[in-house]
Design a protein around this ligand. Structure first.
Ligand SMILES: Cc1cc2nc3c(=O)[nH]c(=O)nc-3n(C[C@H](O)[C@H](O)[C@H](O)COP(=O)(O)OP(=O)(O)OC[C@H]3O[C@@H](n4cnc5c(N)ncnc54)[C@H](O)[C@@H]3O)c2cc1C
Length: 457
């Protein structure tokens, strides 16, 4: 990048907010996915809206591609700057601007950490439900751009269900306002909807208005142990069919249970073939009713039910689930976390397919995930330097995706497409839909400057 542009960036943002050394830039050449690394030419940290707008205009005028980055925890290669250029890191735009207890919304800058918002609203008896496993570091902007889900999707939905408004810059640096602070709003296109899941391809979100709900008054957490994972999967389908909506319904297979216990020493039953972690919440009377019915269904499917006696036990259970990914990651050099999602009644069939594929290709797959949403995370542990094994891994992934689509599911329930799933896009959405997405992209970003080469566009 030309020296004069670097000088200009440093003048506007301050020396410490512009990284040009190779060692510094290397930290922004990858994200939480397993793919290749690509160095950006420069990394910048705007602290305020006017700085952000300035950077975007400067980059656009000089035809330099821009990749927006939150915490870089995405699992699809979405922030790898494949065309080089400028990485804009949003983590210094991290103010909670308003928490409105009368109208039940919060206004936040895009770099606010998800957990920081959840904690602040909880102090006021309110609740921001989207809780990706990465919520201790992921940002609201990244959550919106990936339409992040989490453990509470079954009852409370995902990020898209909480975005009332967004403020963003388009590639020319125009300030765009979509949605707002009212529950209803139909003046024009649904711009927040367009930005949800846009993976940094359509604009750079700098602010969001997020819906809040009252905090549930009571909750009960259950750990259910199974000798057969298929019994656990059948339990999930039956709970959903019985018209109860637990706030959380998570599955861990034996491999994952062992990995978590080995690392965390929580006291999980390592001989169980599978565990379900279930939470019901709401009014105390409803919680008790739901709990009794859920317990009955679990026991009918051969599950041994244990209830968390207090908040310490409850926290332990959820730590077990939240740490699943990092505990698996310790075991092999390359971890590939997949995200194929199926209609919930198809969970038992999908689980069986994953097990068969693991045997067929002789590869290690630990499976955990949001079973209540049909969103399993088959996690392949491998070493990408072992070329022969990696070819088998690629075939296994192809077959997992093909099966998910055959079952009327999707390639990705919550992790997005980015680079890693780009080649599968047409298989799921078809040529016509992909063309439609391309026309939208061309319309708002005609020179392909915003996060180029992602999503198959
Ligand atoms: C341990 C672990 C657990 C996880 N658990 C979950 C889970 O349970 N559920 C789930 O859904 N995901 C999960 N994830 C994936 C990831 O955390 C989410 O995709 C999250 O939303 C990414 O947020 P981020 O701030 O890290 O965004 P980044 O990774 O920095 O960026 C993600 C995408 O959003 C774009 N982007 C970022 N900020 C903006 C902005 N301000 N404007 C426009 N575009 C922007 C980027 O260009 C990129 O395409 C997990 C990841 C890890 C590592």
């Amino acid at each position: 990048m030309k020296e004069i542009l670097i000088k200009e960036l440093k003048r506007k943002l301050g020396e410490e907010n512009v990284l040009i050394n190779e060692a510094d830039r290397a930290l922004f050449s990858y994200d939480a996915a397993f793919g290749e690394k690509v160095l950006p030419d420069v990394v910048v940290f705007p602290k305020a809206k006017d700085e952000l707008g300035y950077v975007i205009r400067l980059m656009n005028e000089n035809s330099i591609p821009v990749v927006t980055r939150g915490a870089g925890t995405n699992l699809s290669g979405g922030t790898v700057p494949v065309a080089g250029g400028c990485v804009i890191v949003m983590t210094k735009m991290n103010k909670i601007l308003e928490i409105n207890e009368n109208d039940l919304y919060a206004v936040v800058e895009a770099g606010v950490v998800t957990k920081q918002l959840a904690n602040e609203v909880e102090k006021r008896g309110l609740f921001y439900p989207p809780d990706p496993g990465s919520m201790n570091i992921s940002t609201i902007g990244g959550n919106i751009a990936e339409n992040a889900g989490g453990l509470r999707g079954l009852k409370y939905g995902v990020t898209k269900d909480y975005v009332m408004g967004v403020r963003l810059f388009d590639i020319e640096g125009n300030d765009i306002k979509g949605g707002g602070k009212t529950v209803k709003l139909v003046t024009g296109f649904n711009i927040p909807g367009l930005m949800i899941g846009s993976e940094g391809l359509l604009g750079i979100i700098y602010e969001a208005v997020l819906k809040l709900v009252p905090k549930p008054k009571a909750a009960k957490s259950l750990l259910v142990e199974y000798d057969s994972i298929l019994d656990a999967c059948n339990t999930v389908s039956e709970i959903i069919a019985s018209k109860i909506l637990p706030s959380t319904l998570e599955l861990l297979d034996n491999f994952t249970i062992r990995a978590v216990e080995d690392s965390e020493k929580i006291g999980l039953p390592i001989n169980a073939d599978a565990l379900l972690l279930i939470e019901v919440d709401g009014h105390p009377a409803v919680v008790e009713d739901d709990y009794l019915l859920v317990k009955k269904i679990c026991e009918k499917n051969n599950g041994k039910v244990k209830v968390a006696a207090n908040s310490v036990e409850r926290d332990k259970l959820w730590t077990a689930r939240r740490k699943a990914l990092s505990c698996l990651a310790r075991l092999k050099p390359t971890l590939i976390l997949e995200d194929a999602t199926v209609p919930r009644s198809k969970i038992p069939e999908m689980m069986k397919t994953i097990q068969d594929i693991s045997k067929k290709y002789d590869i290690t797959i630990g499976t955990f995930g949001h079973a209540g949403d049909g969103n399993l995370h088959p996690t392949i542990l491998t070493d990408k330097r072992d070329k022969e094994e990696f070819q088998r891994v690629e075939k296994a992934i192809d077959e997992i995706f093909e099966k998910a689509i055959l079952l009327e599911g999707t390639l990705s329930g919550e992790h997005g497409v980015g680079l890693l799933k780009a080649k599968y896009m047409e298989m799921e959405v078809g040529k016509g839909t992909l063309n439609f997405m391309q026309k939208l992209k061309n319309g708002v970003d005609p020179n392909n400057m915003l996060n180029p080469h992602k999503m198959g566009l």
